[in-house]
Ligand binder design. Structure first.
Ligand code: OGA
Ligand code: MN
Length: 218
């Protein structure tokens, strides 16, 4: 299959992603994902939204899990292989996992990811993606599906430098852009969106869940 995510087979892009992840903990690739895949994913997500299949996202895991509208206001749907675009995306993530392992010797073991819809006013306050003690989410990957996103629509992803309050980058959530960062090290935040904002947030994990104890509730 022709790679629909360029970083998989574009040696230069892959090397740059690997170097950035290693040296500063994050990488940002505009046009990293082919429009044909972005549009197919966007269509599947739109139908899921219309059918009311998304649910409110929470924070923390298991007993600590809570729905906190002051921390995040997005709705999510965990990707599965039942629909073709999601199946294709998951297959591409499998290829990316192998590429990153070759490039960085990370030993990434599996991928999990969900669609996210931030309605107007939606945000996600500054956070890390790996919960303390879990140590299983290693690399975060966010893919944006927003066609015709304009400056002024808000919803930027703010990436902070490692262990710091300093802003390292502000990323517009435009269709085709992909961001990779180290889940345990890079704090980040989604600024309030003024428009419907759609994306896929995912994680390459080091280990399968241990007796389902460290999985986020689905
Ligand atoms: C997340 C997240 C960032 C984004 O879902 O954990 O940080 O830009 N998403 O959607
Ligand atoms: Mn996050």
């Amino acid at each position: 299959m022709q790679p629909l995510i360029r970083v998989i087979d574009d040696d230069q892009m892959l090397a740059s992603a690997g170097r950035c992840l290693h040296e500063r903990g994050w990488w940002h690739g505009p046009n990293a994902v082919e429009p044909i895949l972005i549009d197919a994913l966007g269509n599947e997500l739109r139908t899921l939204i219309e059918d009311d299949r998304l649910h409110r996202a929470g924070i923390g895991r298991d007993l600590e899990f809570q729905l906190d509208r002051e921390v995040r206001r997005d709705r999510i749907f965990w990707l599965d292989r039942k629909q073709p675009a999601q199946a294709a995306f998951l297959e591409q993530m499998e290829q990316l996992r192998l590429s990153l392992n070759r490039e960085l010797f990370l030993g990434l073991f599996e991928f999990e990811g969900h669609f996210a819809h931030y309605p107007p006013g939606g945000f996600y306050r500054r956070h890390l993606d790996s919960f303390s003690g879990a140590a299983n989410r290693i690399v975060s990957v966010v893919t944006y599906l927003n066609r015709d996103w304009r400056d002024g629509d808000g919803g930027e992803l703010v990436i902070f430098a490692r262990d710091s309050c300093q802003v390292a980058a502000t990323v517009q959530p435009r269709a085709g852009t992909m961001v990779l960062f180290l889940s345990e090290e890079i704090p980040h935040e989604v600024l309030p969106s003024r428009n419907d904002r759609v994306s896929i947030a995912g994680w390459f994990r080091l280990n399968a869940s241990i007796g389902n104890q460290i999985d986020p509730p689905r």
